[in-house]
Design a protein around this ligand. Structure first.
Ligand SMILES: Nc1nc2c(ncn2[C@@H]2O[C@H](COP(=O)(O)OP(=O)(O)O)[C@@H](O)[C@H]2O)c(=O)[nH]1
Ligand SMILES: [Mg+2]
Length: 302
């Protein structure tokens, strides 16, 4: 089940890649020409220029040692090189769900990428692992945003700290940390308003929220998750890069893989941003989130 949903959600990406790749092999070409065209295909599939070049350089090396240069063999080697790029990022110590102590997540990203929805889905995953979750609605920019998280909280039956519209988000976070310490919660997940890296006051606000968490929960595992919308492809990846200069991000949640052919962006996120993708969103429902796994991903895409 787990695998089939990811596969299904990557259909658009796979189809686009398949069509382009099969074109590469149609007329007779020499091997260099084939690899050049594969490289072009990857770039056009949002894998990113540098990452595509890297994959194809490795592929060229592989094929030097290889007599069999059939389409099938080339594809097998291509898959291997693509998987290697993703596996490099998987230095996962202990999974967030197996972690025994208390933990905090601060969820950040630009508007509409799927932060609030992902928090609902993540809460469900944590609960299934037996963890008690407390939510904090610190997107006080709009009353609608607070209500949206509240609806998720009701759906998954998690406790929530509700901010008021226009309340300083750091003060809502503060209230959340107090409640978290008083209760027998395992996980605190904080929703925030969408922001762009180039809005200084909003980035300062984020910094302040982080400080409040650090100060109130000093000895607790903390992670900042950045949510990225896969449909924005390379643009989203580039935008994320500038974000990281301002705030340390521990993991990426990549959403909307089900509604794009730009799933190739996964490769440049891992390779160029050097931040692990932790979860992928594959739909709008509660269950539509999966733990990112390099091998499964490559199998579903090529
Ligand atoms: N198809 C699809 N839609 C998603 C996914 N994640 C979020 N969305 C939708 O994206 C829109 C914005 O989500 P929201 O959580 O409000 O984004 P936020 O502004 O970052 O909090 C909503 O309509 C969500 O249903 C996903 O994985 N797949
Ligand atoms: Mg939101």
């Amino acid at each position: 089940m787990f695998f089939s949903k990811l596969k299904e959600s990557l259909k658009k990406t796979k189809e686009t890649l398949d069509i382009k790749l099969s074109n590469v092999f149609t007329s007779s070409k020499d091997i260099n020409e084939i690899i050049d065209e594969i490289e072009e295909t990857l770039i056009l599939s949002d894998v990113g220029f540098n990452t595509s070049t890297k994959i194809c350089d490795h592929l060229r090396q592989d094929l030097k040692k290889q007599l069999d240069k059939s389409e099938e063999e080339i594809k097998t080697l291509l898959k291997k090189e693509m998987a290697e790029i993703l596996e490099n990022s998987q230095i996962e110590e202990i999974s967030d769900f197996d972690y025994e102590g208390k933990q905090v997540l601060l969820v950040v990203g630009v508007n509409g990428v799927g932060k609030t929805t992902s928090i609902g889905k993540l809460t469900n995953l944590y609960q299934r692992a037996g963890k008690k979750v407390l939510l904090v609605a610190a997107d006080t920019f709009r009353a609608g945003a607070i209500e949206q998280l509240n609806i998720w909280a009701e759906r998954v039956q998690a406790d929530i700290c509700l901010g008021k519209e226009n309340q300083d988000p750091s003060s809502v976070i503060y209230e959340g940390t107090r409640k978290f310490l008083e209760g027998d919660y395992d996980v605190l997940i904080c929703d925030t308003a969408g922001r762009l890296h180039n809005k200084k006051n909003l980035m300062d606000e984020l910094e302040k929220m982080k400080k409040v968490i650090d100060k109130n929960l000093p000895d607790i595992k903390k992670q900042v998750f950045m949510v990225l919308d896969a449909t924005t492809g390379q643009n989203g990846a580039i935008q994320a890069k500038t974000f990281f200069d301002k705030i340390k991000v521990d993991g990426i949640v990549l959403t909307k893989l089900d509604s794009t052919a730009k799933g190739g962006v996964v490769f440049s996120i891992v390779d160029e941003l050097n931040i692990p993708i932790k979860y992928v969103g594959v739909g709008e429902q509660l269950e539509d989130m999966e733990i990112f796994d390099a091998k499964t991903f490559v199998e579903a895409i090529v």
